[in-house]
Design a protein around this ligand. Structure first.
Ligand SMILES: NC(=O)c1ccc[n+]([C@@H]2O[C@H](COP(=O)([O-])OP(=O)(O)OC[C@H]3O[C@@H](n4cnc5c(N)ncnc54)[C@H](OP(=O)(O)O)[C@@H]3O)[C@@H](O)[C@H]2O)c1
Length: 234
């Protein structure tokens, strides 16, 4: 029997409104989760070898994808993880702002996943900015191949995916998501173009939906902290 390729455990973390949005339609993000949600994000990062986000998330806010204050870094060390997690940016064409906040913090390697659509000059620029740039696919990122490569080359065993909707959607589409951590926040944004937990092409048949079971649900104030785990084996 052919051995299955080794993949990281992939978990998504997202704060969403009661109508499932993760940012307003103009994509100008202002955190809408409470202090407990921010703490939750850092606690999850403290269990991950790598944190991954899409280009539009990385350049939409003061995002550095790092572990945060010293107490979270101590948690990482106690777990046998590196003090600082790896940081991964997804960009099929390399439209990452070179002045983005993330490049101003050099505490851990920054890895860019891209495709054959990237222009040569952009590739050269990103290679000078990041620690590793990997072309995974001709026009769309082949996330299965990317995850295998991250597991093998960068020893990523737990990969935290922090959106946005396009990247999350592609990860569901590839059948790679093991767990979803969603904080349901008490506000509605509306807007048919506002990003949601999972965008991208999605599925057309219910039978193809990614299936999860509700593993835990905690209410803190008016926020609900939900954990969904994939039902069935990968
Ligand atoms: N509430 C929350 O918890 C939360 C979390 C994260 C983000 N957000 C918000 O969500 C918004 C961003 O989400 P978004 O969906 O617009 O963007 P995104 O997922 O952050 O990034 C999209 C970009 O990633 C690349 N990409 C994604 N999937 C790809 C694939 N399969 N193949 C190749 N490239 C791929 C493309 O880059 P190129 O265009 O360079 O090819 C695409 O434009 C922001 O407003 C952000 O603040 C909210």
């Amino acid at each position: 029997m052919k051995k299955k390729p080794a993949l990281p455990f992939v978990f998504i973390n997202v704060a969403m409104t009661a109508d499932g949005k993760i940012a307003p339609a103009n994509r100008h993000f202002k955190p809408f989760g409470g202090p407990r949600d921010w703490q939750h994000l850092l606690e999850l990062r403290a269990t991950a070898d790598a944190v991954m986000s899409g280009a539009r998330t990385v350049d939409s806010d003061r995002v550095n994808l790092g572990p945060g204050p010293a107490r979270y870094r101590r948690q990482r060390l106690r777990r046998g993880l590196a003090e600082f997690n790896l940081r991964i940016i997804v960009s099929g064409t390399g439209t990452i702002d070179p002045r983005a906040e993330i490049f101003k913090h050099r505490f851990s390697p920054i890895i860019i996943l891209t495709t054959g659509r990237i222009a040569k000059s952009t590739l050269a620029q990103l290679r000078s900015l990041a620690d590793d740039v990997k072309i995974c696919g001709a026009s769309q990122i082949d996330f299965s191949a990317a995850c295998q490569w991250l597991h093998q080359k960068w020893k990523v065993r737990r990969l935290l995916c922090e959106g946005g909707g396009e990247v999350n959607g592609a990860m569901f589409q590839a059948g790679l998501v093991d767990e979803v951590n969603a904080t349901l926040c008490p506000l509605l944004l509306g807007g048919r173009r506002a990003p949601t937990l999972a965008d991208g092409v999605g599925v057309t048949r219910l039978a193809d939906a990614a299936r999860f079971r509700l593993a835990s649900m905690k209410r803190i104030g008016s926020e609900l902290f939900l954990v969904y785990q994939r039902s069935g084996l990968r």
